[in-house]
Design a protein around this ligand. Structure first.
Ligand code: BTN
Length: 129
């Protein structure tokens, strides 16, 4: 039962990349997200993320939530929630679920505006070392 550290470079099952670069003592964190897929099918750009990790003290695997601002290429919004796990071999996994809200033109279209899904992130190894 090793401690789980959110900071660093992660890749998910859709090949999106996430770097958490700032993790404050109070659990707030910031980073960048590069999605491999987009609603439009067009190119993505690196997008800032902000979130908070719950503070359980030294022990335990923290839950967290974060949002990504896609506004360089999209007016959609995403919120992720998840928990960090460490297996017996020390491998860290972030198991998350997300809600993706796209902008629609009228209240009549509201019913189809929100998608839900799951992403699993594992730590991306650097090619060096
Ligand atoms: C958009 O296409 O309008 C914004 C990008 C949405 C990317 C989604 S967020 C949930 C899922 N997980 C990813 O890594 N990418 C997609």
């Amino acid at each position: 039962e090793r401690k789980c550290q959110l900071s660093g470079l992660w890749r998910n099952d859709q090949d999106s990349l996430m770097e958490i670069s700032v993790l404050r003592d109070n659990g707030d964190f910031q980073g960048q997200y590069l999605t491999r897929v987009t609603l439009s099918g067009g190119c993505a750009q690196i997008s800032p993320l902000r979130g908070a990790q719950q503070q359980l003290g030294e022990e335990g695997w923290p839950t967290f939530a974060f949002t990504v601002r896609w506004d360089k290429f999209s007016n959609a919004s995403t919120a992720f929630v998840g928990q960090c796990f460490v297996d017996a071999g020390g491998k860290e996994t972030l198991s998350t679920m997300w809600l993706l809200r796209e902008a629609v033109g009228s209240l009549e279209e509201d019913w189809k505006a929100t998608r839900v899904g799951r992403n699993v992130f594992t730590r991306k190894r650097t090619t060096k070392g």
